[in-house]
Design a protein around this ligand. Structure first.
Ligand code: F6P
Length: 545
C-alpha cells in the first residue's frame, strides 16, 4: 500500500492547504514577499511570490522532498544509475551537455567521450554542407534540409529552432515533417528541389510508422524527380539508436548519427536529434544551448533544495496537483518566438508524468501529472484567459518573458510586459464585489443592474502564477530554461514515486492502429471488432458517410 498519503508531512500539507489566507492578504502583510520568494540562477529570474505559499508551506514541501530522498535521486540520475526501472536504462540526457573535460563511465564506456565524438561528427557534417564540400547529385550545394521525425524527434528540433530564429545563420532552409497525413509531406515536397534538398530522418527507435512512411515517400519523390539510388547517400541522413535498421533501410552508414538508449525521446534535443537546430543556428550557438543546460544541471545537482529553482517549481506543481486538485497547468510565453514552448513542455511533462502506478507497480491514490497547455501572450488574453480569471478550475500558470526583445520597436515590448505583469497581478488579487460595485457607481443603470453586473464582474483572485524572466532569449538562457523544466518534471516524478522515463501508455494505440490498418487494406466488410470500430472502418472503406 502506497504510504505517501499516509505520511505525516502529506497530512500536514493537506491541513495546511485549508488554512492559507488569500494571496492579497499575504502581500498586504509582508512587504518583503517578493524578495523572499524570488530566485536568480543561470541567467533566469523566478518570481514565485504569487503562489499560495508561506514559509510554513515551503518548509512542509521541502520536508516532503527530503522524505522522498530527492537529493539522492538527483545524484542517482546524474551518475547513470538504472532509474528507468521498466526498461532497465540509465537516464543521462544531462551527459549530452557535460563539458569535454568531464567523463562518466557507463557499462565500461565513457559516455561523455562518445557524446563529444557525435558532436564533432555533427560539426563536420554542417561544415561539409555549408562549405559545399558536400553537394547534391548535380554538384549544387544543399540549401534545404527536411527533418522527418515525430514526438521528441520533431518537437525539440522544430520548437527550439523557432525559439532561436534571431540566431539563424541563413546557411540553410529547414522544413519539418511529422504527421503521417499526406498533406504534411506533400506541402513540403511541392516547394523543394531534389537537387538541393537533404532529408534528415530522425527516429530513436527507427520503428515509428509515421517517420518511416514519410521517409519512404521522400525517397520515392527523390527517385521520381531526377535522383538515382546511387545518389541517395548524398541526400539522406539519419539520427537513430538503431543503426542496423537505418543501414538496412538504405541510409549510408557514414550518414548515420548515433543516439543512445539512455536518452529518452522527449529529452533528446541535446543529441544529434538536435541537428536541425545546429544547422539553423550554427554549431557555436548549439554549444551555447548545451552550456546553458549544463549550468542549470550544475545548479540542480548542487543547490540546497530551498534555493533550487527546479525543486521549487516542481514542488509548487505537486502542491497544486495534490492539495488543490489542479488538473492542468498553463504555460504562457510572452515572446513570439517562444510560442511553441507550451507544446514542447506538453510532451516533456505529460509523457513523463502521465502515469498511474508507482515504480514498483502499485496503483497511485493521489494525482500525478497535470495536463500541460498554453500559448503565446498576449494572444491567450483574447482567447482563454477569461477562464483563468473567472472559471471554476484552479489552473496554476507560468508566465515566461524576456526583459529585452530582439525587435525593440517603439512601445511594443513595454506593452507586452505590461500585459504579462498585469495578468499575474489580476490573477493574484482578483476584484471583490465591493470593488466591482464601486466601479459601476456612475454607470447609467439601475442599482439592481449595478448589483447584478457587479456579481458578474467579481473575480476570485488567489490564482497562482510563476513569472520567469531572462534578460534576452539566447541559446544559453533557452538551454537553461529547457533544462529547468526537464528537472522540474523529474522532481514531480520523484515525489509521486513514478517512472518518468518510460511510456508504455503509447503502445496499445499503435498496436490497435496497425490492426485497423490491416482491415482498411482488406476489401471485405469488417465485423470482428466492436460495433463502433467496425462501422468506422467500413465507412472509411466506402469513402463516404
Ligand atoms: O510514441 C511515443 C514516442 O516513442 C516518443 O516518446 C518519441 O519521442 C516518439 O514516439 C518518436 O519516437 P522515435 O524517435 O523512436 O521515432
Amino acid at each position: 500500500m502506497n504510504s505517501l498519503r499516509n505520511s505525516q508531512t502529506w497530512q500536514a500539507l493537506q491541513e495546511h492547504s485549508q488554512q492559507l489566507p488569500h494571496m492579497r492578504e499575504l502581500f498586504a502583510t509582508n512587504t518583503q514577499r517578493f524578495n523572499q520568494y524570488s530566485l536568480k540562477q543561470c541567467g533566469l529570474f523566478l518570481d514565485y511570490s504569487k503562489n499560495r505559499i508561506t514559509d510554513e508551506t515551503l518548509a512542509l514541501l521541502m520536508q516532503l522532498a527530503q522524505e522522498s530522498q530527492l537529493d539522492a535521486k538527483i545524484k542517482a540520475m546524474f551518475n547513470g544509475e538504472i532509474i528507468n526501472n521498466t526498461e532497465g536504462r540509465a537516464v543521462l540526457h544531462t551527459a549530452l551537455r557535460r563539458p569535454t573535460t568531464d567523463s562518466l563511465m557507463l557499462d565500461g564506456v565513457d559516455v561523455v567521450a562518445e557524446v563529444q565524438q557525435t558532436l564533432a561528427k555533427m560539426e563536420q557534417f554542417i561544415l561539409q554542407l555549408s562549405s559545399g564540400t558536400w553537394r547534391g547529385y548535380t554538384g549544387e550545394k544543399i540549401t534545404d534540409i527536411v527533418s522527418i521525425g515525430i514526438g521528441g524527434s520533431f518537437l525539440g528540433p522544430k520548437i527550439i529552432s523557432e525559439s532561436l530564429k534571431p540566431y539563424w545563420t541563413g546557411d540553410f532552409n529547414c522544413h519539418f515533417v511529422a504527421n503521417v497525413d499526406g498533406a504534411a509531406i506533400s506541402d513540403k515536397l511541392a516547394k523543394l528541389d531534389p537537387k538541393t534538398t537533404l532529408f534528415l530522418m530522425s527516429s530513436k527507435s527507427f520503428g515509428t510508422q509515421e517517420t518511416l512512411t514519410n521517409t519512404l515517400t521522400a525517397k520515392a519523390w527523390f527517385l521520381a524527380n531526377g535522383g538515382t539510388q546511387a545518389d541517395v547517400a548524398k541526400h539522406f541522413a539519419a539520427v537513430t539508436s538503431n543503426v542496423a535498421k537505418a543501414t538496412e533501410f538504405g541510409i549510408d552508414a557514414a550518414n548515420i548519427f548515433p543516439m543512445w538508449d539512455w536518452v529518452g525521446g522527449r529529452y533528446s534535443l541535446w543529441s544529434a536529434i538536435g541537428l536541425p537546430i545546429a544547422l539553423l543556428i550554427g554549431m557555436d550557438n548549439f554549444k551555447a544551448l548545451l552550456a546553458g543546460a549544463n549550468e542549470m544541471d550544475q545548479h540542480f545537482y548542487s543547490a540546497p533544495l530551498t534555493q533550487n529553482m527546479p525543486v521549487i517549481m516542481g514542488m509548487l506543481s505537486v502542491w497544486y496537483s495534490d492539495f488543490f486538485n489542479a488538473q492542468s497547468h498553463v504555460v504562457l510565453t510572452y515572446d513570439h518566438y517562444l510560442r511553441g514552448l507550451p507544446a514542447y513542455f506538453q510532451q516533456l511533462d505529460m509523457e513523463s508524468n502521465g502515469k498511474h502506478v508507482t515504480l514498483n507497480g502499485t496503483k497511485v491514490d493521489y494525482s500525478t501529472g497535470p495536463v500541460i497547455w498554453g500559448g503565446e501572450g498576449t494572444n491567450g488574453q483574447h482567447a482563454y484567459h477569461q477562464l483563468l480569471h473567472q472559471g471554476t478550475a484552479l489552473i496554476p500558470a507560468d508566465f515566461i518573458m524576456p526583459l529585452q526583445s530582439h525587435h525593440p520597436i517603439g512601445e511594443h515590448h513595454a506593452q507586452l510586459a505590461s500585459n504579462c505583469f498585469g495578468q499575474t497581478q489580476a490573477l493574484m488579487q482578483g476584484r471583490t464585489y465591493e470593488e466591482a460595485l464601486a466601479e459601476l457607481a456612475n454607470a447609467n443603470i439601475t442599482d439592481e443592474q449595478k448589483q447584478l453586473i457587479a456579481k458578474h464582474k467579481e473575480m476570485q483572485g488567489n490564482k497562482p502564477s510563476n513569472t520567469l524572466l531572462m534578460d534576452k532569449v539566447t541559446p544559453k538562457t533557452l538551454g537553461a530554461m529547457i533544462a529547468l523544466y526537464e528537472h522540474r518534471t523529474f522532481v514531480q516524478g520523484v515525489i509521486w514515486q513514478i517512472n518518468s522515463f518510460d511510456q508504455w501508455g503509447v503502445e496499445l494505440g499503435k498496436t490497435l492502429g496497425n490492426n485497423v490498418l490491416d482491415r482498411l487494406n482488406q476489401t471485405e466488410t469488417t465485423v470482428d471488432l466492436d460495433s463502433s470500430s467496425n462501422a468506422l472502418i467500413n465507412l472509411f472503406k466506402q469513402g463516404s458517410i
